[in-house]
Design a protein around this ligand. Structure first.
Ligand SMILES: NC(=O)c1ccc[n+]([C@@H]2O[C@H](COP(=O)([O-])OP(=O)(O)OC[C@H]3O[C@@H](n4cnc5c(N)ncnc54)[C@H](O)[C@@H]3O)[C@@H](O)[C@H]2O)c1
Length: 327
């Protein structure tokens, strides 16, 4: 396959690129390097610096590349994704996440490219009534980030009906860990780090003195929130399976990507103690955090025959190793 990966220098996108390269596919990356890194541009990749909210940038990549050989699949990772930031600057989120996808889809149409893999999120479920989320559950995002993803999901569905396009939409749960080469991983240079496992890794390595657990009075056994964690390499592998699935002409679909297991924050701390000390304090709850968020991964198993390879210990160990390597 020839695959265009937009946002391919970011955390998840670079792991998807690696997975495609390992399976001998041709990869073109378009990225504006807003949160991605040049060091994540892997050998054998054709890289274009550009922004998907700029029509001319998209047009240039499609024109240059499609005259050689059209893309078989486009993978989209190019989003803004901080929930808190989205609450204070929704306009930037709609512009980047929604307008970017609209222009991408329109450019695909112009060049007759039919297949898209889109990275959505568990945030589209909002505060789920049940802890375990199924793809057909009610979607009720509670922040602009989740809302922009839901708008994109719907836009992709309508485009697919009207213009005969095909899609796999993946809803990710909590993604963490790093590829075993430790060459690519989470971007620790971000303005704010909000993901639990990178924060725990930095605490183990004494880069942070301690971290704050947001609330221990949730409706769970130990009072801390329960989340579903998936290793980024497992997630990347699911993208390869998804790309092959859609390229083979199968029906468009929406699939959760998680492990079907929930861990409370205290259970994550317990697991992390195997790597070193973890100092923490209990703080106030954050607004809008549901008690439990776990993915049903039945559809991923049924449709893509997807199984996770890595467990929570692998996720934490690889995250700590990657952070340690960065120094
Ligand atoms: N990290 C998670 O736990 C998580 C969970 C659920 C969903 N997701 C989704 O996965 C995708 C990738 O997330 P990530 O963690 O790798 O984030 P990231 O910030 O590391 O990667 C995003 C990439 O897209 C690029 N980008 C952003 N806007 C762009 C634009 N307008 N034009 C061109 N490039 C642009 C950035 O430079 C970066 O390389 C996002 O769509 C996000 O919503 C992530």
């Amino acid at each position: 396959m020839k695959v265009l990966v937009v946002g391919g220098t970011g955390y998840i996108g670079s792991h998807a690129v690696l997975e495609l390269l390992k399976d001998d596919h041709e990869v073109v990356v378009l990225d504006n390097l807003s949160t991605g890194r040049k060091t994540s541009i892997l050998e054998k990749v054709t890289f274009y610096y550009g922004d998907i909210t700029k029509k001319e940038d998209l047009f240039n990549v499609f024109l240059e590349e499609c005259k050689k050989k059209p893309f078989d699949v486009v993978m989209h990772f190019a989003s803004k994704l901080l929930v808190g930031e989205s609450m204070s600057m929704p306009s930037e989120y709609y512009q980047n996440n929604v307008e970017g996808v609209r222009l991408l889809l329109d450019t695909m149409r112009e060049f007759n490219i039919k297949n898209i893999i889109f990275s959505s999120t568990a945030a589209v479920y909002g505060n789920p009534i049940n802890g375990v989320c199924y793809e057909e559950d009610l979607l009720k995002p509670i922040n602009p980030y989740g809302e922009t993803k839901l708008v994109c999901e719907n836009m992709i569905k309508w485009y697919s009906k009207a213009y005969d396009m095909h899609y796999v939409i993946f809803r990710y749960f909590n993604v963490a860990g790093a590829d075993s080469s430790l060459e690519i991983g989470y971007n620790y240079n971000k303005k704010v780090i909000t993901h639990l496992i990178p924060i725990v890794a930095e605490t183990i390595l004494n880069i942070r003195d301690k971290f704050t657990v947001f609330g221990d009075d949730y409706n769970t056994e130990d009072g801390t929130c329960i989340r579903d964690y998936i290793h980024v390499s497992d997630l990347a592998h699911a993208h390869l399976l998804g790309a092959k699935y859609i390229w083979d002409g199968n029906d468009s679909t929406i699939i959760n990507l998680g492990s079907n297991n929930g861990y409370s924050v205290k259970e994550i701390i317990e697991a992390a103690l195997k790597c070193g000390d973890v100092n923490y304090v209990i703080g106030e709850r954050r607004a809008g955090d549901p008690d439990v968020l776990i993915a049903s991964n039945q559809r991923a198993k049924d449709i893509l025959h997807f199984e996770t390879k890595y467990n929570i210990d692998d996720i934490i160990t690889s995250e700590v190793a990657y952070r340690k390597k960065l120094g």
